[in-house]
Design a protein around this ligand. Sequence first.
Ligand code: NCD
Length: 313
Amino acid sequence: MAFRQKHLLGIEPLAPDEISTILDLAQDYATRNRSGGNHEQALRGLTQINMFFENSTRTQASFEIAGLRLGAHVMNMPMQASSIKKGETLIDTALTLNAMHPDLLVVRHPHSGAVNLLAEKVACAVLNAGDGRHEHPTQALLDALTIRRKKGRLHRLSVAICGDIAHSRVARSNIWLLGKMESRLRLVGPPTLIPAQARDWGCEVYHDMREGLKDADVVMMLRLQRERMDGGFIPSEREYYHRYGLDAEKLSHAKPDAIVMHPGPMNRGVEIDGTLADDINRSVIQEQVEMGVAVRMAAMDLLARNLHAARAA
Ligand code: NCD
């Protein structure tokens, strides 16, 4: 088994064979999830704590379902009501939780790097569920699994990631993953929303949607991450939709069988046309959500195996 990590903090530290190991196991879990029943035991007897310092609907639910399906005891810490609000630091919260001996800690935090810091202080396996604009590894893995299922491979595919790249951890994790798996990457968006160093990441940069989407196999749309913007990055939503919102006409420049992806939450009529998002012949947005559960099951299963091995040693 090629998965040597103690934590899943990002895609950057993973080797290609480790990425493939997660995706292969997730593919198995996806099949088993579809056939119903719930007889999985990989996390039996383990305690999983979900700590979301930032709002989340699908990611938190997905981690919770994944843990329950594998037999873990899952606890959601209500961070809004927690001691953090009383001035406790992240480290103190981590140490307090650590003293309760959890096995898996799933953390989302608004600050880039906070989850890595926390992982240094605890004895359990830590999974990053999104930290600031840094990384969101399980999102990139579920995106990769969805692409692999639809296109049969990840290498030599042309993938266009469009919209607010600058504030997006989804974009960063996907750029790491797709780069390691030898996809061809294009970043498409207004100059204000594409970081200056994007060309050093091995990506082509386009400010015109029709040029950027030309012959793409995969079109990945991103939300405007307003909570991470200080000041105005776009003239208006109307203008943004006109230039960068994905609709059938702009999509016609991609390959005829190109798939449309979005990590959610979606802003219909801002970055994507609602009818296109719902078009089951083009959009794989619901399959992304489905693969999210399978990928999180695989990631927690693999981390738990390494945890058991380390404890036995
Ligand atoms: C993303 C996130 O939180 O980074 N959502 C998600 O996890 N599905 C993207 C976003 O918030 O736009």
